[in-house]
Design a protein around this ligand. Sequence first.
Ligand code: ADP
Length: 862
Amino acid sequence: MNEHTLQKNIQQTIKHAKKLLSTTNIVFVIYNQNTSEVVFTSDTNTTPHNLPEAKEIIDTKIHETDTDVYVTLPISCNIPQHYGILWAQIPITQYTQRDNAILQMVGEQITLWLQDIKNPILNIDLSEQLLTISESISELEQSSNDDPQYIVDHIGTTIQKLGWESIRVIQYDKDQENIAEYAANAPIPPLPQKRALKPFLDNAVAIETAYFVYVEDTPTILIPVKTSSDEIVATIELQHHNIVEPPLARQLRPIMLLANHYGNLVDRLLLIRSLRQTANLLVEQVDELEFIRKADREISSRLDPSRIIMFCLDWALRRTAAEAGCIVVIDTDSKDLLVQEILGYPPDKIELLNQQKYKGVIGRAIKQKQTQLVEDVTQDEDYIMILPKTQTQLVVPLLSHKRTLGAIMLESRVEGRFDPAAVSFVERVSSISSIALDNAQLLQQAEQLADDMSLMYNAGRTISSSLEWDNTIESIAQGMALAVTGSNALIYEFKSQSQIARLLSRYTTNKSTNTQMMPSLGSTLNINQYPNIKTAIENGNLLVINSDSPESPEQSWLNGLESDTAAIAPLIAQGTCVGLAILVKAQANAEFANSEIFVAESLATQAAAVLRQASLYTEVQELEVLKSEMIRMASHDLRAPIANIIGYMNLIRFDLEDMGQDNEDMQMYMDSIDRSVKSMQALVEDLLTLEKIESQRNAEWEIIEFDTLVTNIFEEQTDAAKLKKQNFTLSLPKNSVRIRGIDIQIKQAISNLIGNGIKYTPEHGRVELKVEKEKDEGGRQDRIYFRVIDNGYGIDENRQKRIFQRFYRAKQPGTEHITGTGLGLSLVKSIIERHNGEIYFESEVGKGSTFTFWLPLPNDIN
Ligand code: ADP
């Protein structure tokens, strides 16, 4: 469009408007703001009354007089310092709101024509511009260069190609700092800082995503470049001498398009960068996880802390790339700070490290229990130089449950070596080292405890293994003295009626210095004189006396033993105090550790129970002796009179025969007396045997040739079987067999069973003895089986289950005439069971019985 057509078009439009508005006074003028000279007018006959000032031309102005309404509309003409206005004078009677809209439309129309002619920059063929932009964008995207400077340069030159004169592109980082800038041609005065942009833009004319602003009085197009999250990452500022008024959105579209792409690109690059960072972080984390996994495995597989600590230090150095480092540990006993491991220091520096102790940055980290990062060692007054060129030092304390165990120290010549990621890694390494150290210390404690426990267990076992009163007391004393280091044990028996404690046993450890001072056995304490002990007995509590205790009779008594520390445990069994266990520390000013008190208390409880058991055992034993004695006496005393009776009975028989008085009746009476007396005799004999065997309960076991033993008994009993004309046989295994046991008892058991077989089998019957060895495949011990098989009377099923009871006699019809005591089988059963064997039988009335027992066959003697 040339100027002529423009003029024609404008005039045509205004003519239309005049018609519509019923006025003749409508004019469009372009004037110089400085000189007020009109450079263009649509109507030479009409001149606006007042030309507006530059600052007034942004808005439509409506001014009313009594007769007319004056409307002034600003029109952008894009010539510097020149303004266009559309001015109308409308009689007030004709004026309606609609007139404004019509004038607005006319104004826009004129603007469009003007832009076309006056704004060559905005008038480049859109498609051409789009081509330039898309080429530029695809170039940017294909290039893998994500350097911000490269990007702003690229964007800047593209914009230049679009025809802009002054260009400034600034890219910001997320902290709003400028990271890259492109400026071309006449530099645009600097924009406010990014963070001040917002209020600045609030006062600008927004044209979609762009703004029209005056930067130091120069009309400027400002385009904020935004990411998808609406964050401004760059700004594009543009000027062109042709742009003097806010352009239309469509005219800025190509540049807005570019800005939009630019935003997307930065967005994507940021994303890629953060992904890359995440990926790097992940690699680091995988690395660290690997370290932690290895460290964990080390910790759980070995409890030697030095290896794990070395491992941790090695990782800390590798990961941070520090040149040297060490781990210092606080010694649990001396509380000294000792260098445990070093890496990277020349040998002559080790001494220096050791001398640091609690001084230096290490000391500070330990005292404050906090990581100390010294960026510049020359600025830290605590710093102690080890390596001359060190620039930065990092010390992380080793903490476990708020306890400080030591510290890990790293140093480097490289400034900024310990970045936050490195510091946090070393902190993690430190926590792993702490666990290792803590574990090691715990292990030490656990081992100590295990020692205590095993001592206690052993002591407890000694105590329970003995059932003798004296031995028990002895063991208690020994066990307690050994369980508690550096102490002597005194065991008193205590009688509550008399309140007298009598020393039964004392055990002095070798280390003790005051052995001679220990009270002598049998010496007594009158508890009435020791109120604290008395209270302890009454309450069943352990009493501890030490150098801090107030003065007391107990304390003076202890001083007499050249000690001032003792633990006194009342031995309480079933609610009564049966004794006192007193542990006296051999050295003055000694103390009982909690664990020692615990051990002493446990032993005292065990001891009390055993003491009571021992005393019960003694009582039972005494009763047992009394019982045996009584049985022995009774049986013995009966034996003689019975023998007497039998003797006299025989005499009477002879006399009766002599006198010819042995008639049938008399014979029957005599037989009856004879049977009764014989039964009494058998009972007495059985009782004596039983007694004899029971009293041998604790006799030593010996090796018995089992087959020989059976053969002997078989031979002994052959006469009895012959008397009954029985078929009496014995079968033995090929090789001889040995068992362990008490010879006389086994003999008794075998005789009883054979005797019963003969006794309960009628004449002409069969009694068969069998000895069989049974080898066991199932890993069980081999056994020897002994069987008595008879075809005698048998036992009624109802009576079977009682035959092993003492004095039980299964009176089978037909066996009434057989005498017995009912003690035999009960004795056999108890003997066999005492020899770890088993007895059982099968029987059927009228068919016979089989009695079997087995005994273990020890491999070592067979
Ligand atoms: P006794 O002195 O009566 O023999 P035992 O204890 O030896 O006492 O046996 C208990 C009872 O078991 C006997 O009275 C008898 O009735 C029955 N008995 C024992 N062995 C046999 C056997 N081989 N055959 C039948 N009955 C038996």
